[in-house]
Design a protein. Structure first.
Length: 328
């Protein structure tokens, strides 16, 4: 039997209205979500990835019944969000990235007790539920400490516990590992994996492609409010399956040569990252033999390392987002 869809989105549009100017104000419309459709299935870990401002958080807020859509339909667990929000909310939970949403002057234990009562957990089960979750996220030994004394990683683990307090069927995680050091982020990803093994449906937004590749069953790439692609991480990599990635570390005015490199026959995408004093140039190409041509175009830049590697999900994402930007 095929898994049932627990999130159904059809032709979703969300427009923000704003005013610009001081004396002569003009109305402006921002189309944050532009005719988006997709489904998420029971027990799936579904990822939504995209650059800042692409529409990820707005999508999550609509799905969580925190924002109303301008048009289109959204069903969560079979219920329309516009007509049955009160039936949906007890069955879902959400974490937004960052440290907000907790009461810092309360202990971790008292935070969870508060949210348990808020979600209507049976008062006879509150204490056992709180200790069960504190143990799950590794905070039982720090349960009585005030949250203001927690590290950022501990606060994020408490957020995870908070999101499970009502035993939700769907958990929305909006960039839960943003700003965390690699070790803490790794432990949170392991915790998220365990939740899916227990049958939870998880809707994850992130801009870390390694995270999406490691965790997600399927990934939707969103850019400027539209879905550019939706498939499994391995299937998305096929967008760059016939490419190689040339990475060049160099000192100097590398950015002055990017347009010349883009003009080389066979180059499909060029990106440039600043790494402290040096720069990392990434060139997607169907032909690895163009390395010498790329290095030649760098002119007087001081090249310190050149390597060729296989493409990753991040490379596929950059190709999809880059292609979408050119189309728009």
């Amino acid at each position: 039997m095929s898994p049932r869809p627990v999130i159904e989105v059809r032709n979703l549009v969300r427009i923000y209205e704003s005013e610009k100017g001081y004396l002569r104000k003009k109305k402006a419309s921002i189309r944050a979500i532009d005719n988006v459709s997709f489904e998420v299935f029971e027990g799936e870990l579904f990822g939504l990835v995209g650059p800042n401002g692409a529409g990820k958080t707005t999508t999550v807020k609509v799905l969580c019944t925190l924002l109303t859509p301008t048009s289109g339909t959204v069903k969560i667990l079979g219920h329309d969000i516009m007509r049955h929000a009160e039936e949906i909310r007890p069955r879902i939970n959400v974490i937004f990235g960052g440290e907000r949403g907790l009461y810092w002057r309360l202990s971790g234990k008292d935070n969870l007790r508060y949210f348990a009562y808020l979600y209507g957990v049976n008062h006879r089960d509150v204490d056992s539920r709180v200790w069960e979750l504190l143990d799950l996220v590794g905070l039982s030994e720090r349960a009585d400490e005030k949250v203001e004394n927690y590290s950022r990683g501990m606060k994020q683990r408490l957020h995870i516990a908070k999101s499970l307090i009502n035993n939700p069927e769907i958990i929305f995680l909006d960039e839960p590992t943003q700003g965390l050091d690699p070790e803490i982020a790794h432990s949170l990803r392991r915790l998220i994996k365990n939740l899916t093994r227990e049958g939870k449906t998880i809707f994850l937004t992130t801009h870390y492609m390694l995270e999406a590749d490691e965790l997600c069953d399927r990934v939707a790439v969103i850019n400027r409010g539209q879905i550019a692609a939706l498939d499994s991480p391995d299937a998305l990599k096929k967008y760059v399956a016939n490419h190689v990635i040339i990475e060049i570390e160099a000192y100097g005015a590398v950015q002055n040569n990017v347009k010349d490199i883009e003009a080389i026959n066979g180059v499909s995408l060029v990106t440039l990252e600043t790494m402290e004093e040096k720069q990392l140039l990434k060139v997607q190409s169907e032909n690895g033999a163009i390395v010498s041509s790329v290095v030649e175009k760098l002119g007087k830049a001081n090249v310190i390392d050149v390597r060729i590697r296989e493409p990753t999900l991040e490379d596929a994402y950059l190709k999809l987002v880059g292609a979408r930007d050119k189309a728009l």
